[in-house]
Design a binder for this molecule. Structure first.
Ligand SMILES: [Fe+2]
Length: 259
């Protein structure tokens, strides 16, 4: 059963019955690559989360990172400007898990057995575990004017996000569903068209309070630069295996520390 304190901050339709039906969404997620649960958080819950994110922002770590869309080492058998090696960039600010208070709604959602089992069912996973390091399980990400998330494929199989605050202009999530491989090989040709802006992907209409689940390792995606206002996005990060930390390199890049 959902505890009373969670019921009070979740959107109306997200009740025990809803969370017991996660497997209904598995096939939709597989075919569409994305699931959006609108108004997952009630207006009341949203006001609490926005205040909390605001209060924590001063403590956030600002990062700028450069990488190729595969988030892997440069491959010298391709040119620097090839889709394999071309440099993308991301800039944002981040609050790691250990700065999010234990009594935060975010910790309650992350730790909720019923919600975790819902995620497990819709992702068709046996188990979901927190990261073993103190920083990586829940993150609050802030994108201010000019901040963006460049095109990339995720290393992890899925991402769970909650939009806490939407910016007024820019900050658009765009993706191409399940396009990574062609005949079992990386489709560099298509990636090149994307990077050269010759094709445009699916743009997601995001609203504050929406929960989004995205399969990002076969679907290239980006968030365009914020042009006006501020975008705040929480990520709930889980592992399929127990006792795994986020890589040291990622922790250094996004949190500026290892623990
Ligand atoms: Fe991603």
């Amino acid at each position: 059963m959902l505890p009373f304190n969670l019921k009070a901050i979740l959107g109306e339709k997200y009740n025990d019955e809803f969370f017991s039906n996660g497997d209904k969404y598995y096939e939709i997620l597989e075919s569409e690559g994305i699931l959006i649960f609108n108004s997952f958080i009630s207006n009341n819950g949203l006001a609490i989360l926005q205040k909390e994110a605001n209060d924590l922002k001063d403590l956030s770590y600002k990062s700028s990172s450069k990488y190729n869309v595969y988030v892997s080492e440069h491959d010298s058998s391709f040119s620097d400007n090839s889709p394999r090696n071309r440099i993308m960039s991301t800039s944002k600010k981040c609050i790691p898990n250990d700065l999010i208070p234990d009594n935060s709604i975010l910790q309650k959602i992350y730790d909720s057995k019923i919600i975790r089992s819902f995620f497990k069912d819709l992702l068709n996973k046996n188990e979901l575990y927190p990261y073993s390091d103190p920083l990586s399980s829940i993150n609050i990400n802030y994108y201010d004017k000019g901040d963006a998330l460049g095109w990339h494929f995720d290393n992890s199989d899925f991402t769970i996000t909650l939009l806490v605050k939407n910016c007024e202009k820019g900050g658009i999530y765009e993706f191409f569903n399940d396009m990574r491989y062609k005949d079992g090989k990386e489709d560099y040709g298509f990636v090149e068209k994307i990077l050269d802006n010759k094709v445009s992907g699916t743009k997601v209409d995001s609203f504050e309070g929406d929960l989004m689940i995205f399969k990002g390792n076969k679907s290239i995606h980006q968030v365009t630069a914020v042009e006006e206002g501020e975008r705040i996005l929480v990520t709930f990060n889980y592992n399929e295996v127990e006792g795994i930390p986020l890589s040291e390199q990622s922790r250094k890049t996004f949190f500026g520390r290892l623990k």
